[in-house]
Design a protein around this ligand. Structure first.
Ligand code: ZN
Ligand code: ZN
Length: 413
């Protein structure tokens, strides 16, 4: 384990910059029992900051694996009502949510994909109300990761478990700016750089982005009224700032649900529900995936696309320069929170309604009319690299470079 002082700093930045826990507020934490030591630090800090109460939902990879091995598909897909009510209780009660998310990237290898699909779909269906709170920023929520042995060993296969965990702590502290004297201040600077990029892109109002890279030739329309976001978010009513993801290096917006054409190839493996999908290509026609293939995990990709109609359309488009510290680490993390912030990415599935002006007040039909996708799934996949060029097409039809060789081709000043 790292020094206590570093754990304290990480816990503090997760609570202050991430969830931005307020005095008198409830806090719900999702964590793995392998992270108990860090989680205890977070809980103590949360009370010191004035939390009204802290509730923990513990999970354990080994137990999750056992459940999938032994329970039937129907049992796995049966989400108990009390569980749904518990999440709703905290969301409706205005709690802040902190997820300390770390899992074995190969956790569900070899498990029947139909079981995983059924469980994921039922879980997403049951959590619809709760998810509306997070995806519309109605509550403060944040996701962070901590090393666990299985995950660390996947990144550093040549190290023994203990060494791998140490190395991963070191990377995480660097990437999440915990190694700065004042991590909270470092995050304020970082958030202001991201918001500068958003302001620039929001003024441009590109009609379309055109992606070109080896294996990628894709045109993505952006709906009228699309909004670029990045860095800190703000709660819908009270305007409390928070950082949904730590790390975050992306600026993102909503692609037009029916305006995507061409082919895109992945550049990093995607961990979907405990299985890896790698070397895959998606072909779009009028926004819908009409063809796909994968070098690895093709059946997992098929199950993902079969979740519902919306999972065959895009719901997010994010730009991340190759200078991102995560990309510069040269590592593949097999964890979307990290890998998506190393690379330009797209997401299949539900869009964030507030990536459209007035979107959070629209119902599903209205959002659809504006080209904003809905689905039970939202899965980011990485397609950026230092070989990616992106052009932005303006309202008058002229186009200009947005990214060249994976780096910003524009100056935000
Ligand atoms: Zn993203
Ligand atoms: Zn996403």
């Amino acid at each position: 384990m790292p020094e206590q002082q570093m754990l304290e700093k990480y816990a503090e930045v997760a609570l202050k910059t991430g969830a931005n826990l307020q005095k008198g507020q409830m806090l719900m934490i999702n964590s793995t029992i392998e992270g108990a030591e860090f989680t205890r630090v977070v809980v103590r800090k949360a009370y010191e900051m004035g939390a009204k109460t802290v509730h923990i939902n513990w999970s354990d990879d080994a137990i999750t694996r056992s459940k999938y091995e032994h329970e039937s598909k129907d049992t796995l897909a049966d989400v108990p009502e009390w569980k749904v009510k518990m999440y709703d209780y905290f969301a409706e009660g205005g709690a802040a949510i902190l997820s300390i998310r770390s899992t074995d990237p190969d956790l569900l290898q070899g498990i029947d994909g139909e079981k995983i699909q059924a469980a994921n779909k039922a879980g997403a269906e049951a959590m619809k109300n709760f998810r509306n709170y997070t995806m519309n920023d109605r509550i403060q929520w944040s996701i962070v990761s901590i090393p666990i042995t299985s995950w660390a060993k996947k990144i550093f296969p040549d190290s023994n478990g203990e060494e791998a965990v140490e190395k991963l702590w070191e990377q995480i502290f660097k990437i999440v700016r915990v190694d700065h004297d004042d991590p909270v201040a470092a995050w304020e600077r970082h958030n202001s750089i991201l918001s500068q990029a958003c302001n620039f892109l929001n003024r441009k109002k590109y009609k379309k982005l055109v992606y070109k890279a080896p294996g990628t030739d894709l045109e993505v329309e952006l709906p009228e009224g699309h909004v670029w976001k990045g860095g800190a978010a703000k709660t819908e009513k009270e305007g409390v700032p928070f950082n949904p993801n730590m790390p975050t290096e992306e600026v993102f917006t909503v692609p037009h649900k029916y305006g995507v054409n061409g082919t895109v190839s992945s550049t990093k493996p995607l961990n979907y529900g405990g299985n890896l999908i790698d070397d895959f290509t998606l072909t779009f026609k009028d926004g819908k995936v009409v063809d796909f293939k994968a070098g690895k995990g093709e059946s997992t990709l098929k199950y993902l696309l079969e979740t519902d109609e919306g999972s065959t359309h895009l719901g997010e488009l994010a730009l991340v320069p190759d200078e991102s510290p995560i990309s510069q680490s040269g590592l593949i993390f097999y964890n979307t929170l990290y890998d998506e912030n190393a690379s330009c990415h797209l997401a299949l599935g539900k869009a964030y309604p507030n990536n459209l002006e007035g979107g959070s007040d629209m119902d599903e039909d209205e959002l659809d009319k504006h080209g904003v996708n809905d689905s039970l799934s939202h899965v980011d996949f990485m397609m950026g690299s230092n070989e990616l060029d992106i052009d932005g097409v303006l309202a008058d039809g002229t186009s200009e470079p947005v990214m060249r060789n994976g780096s910003w081709a524009i100056n935000f000043d």
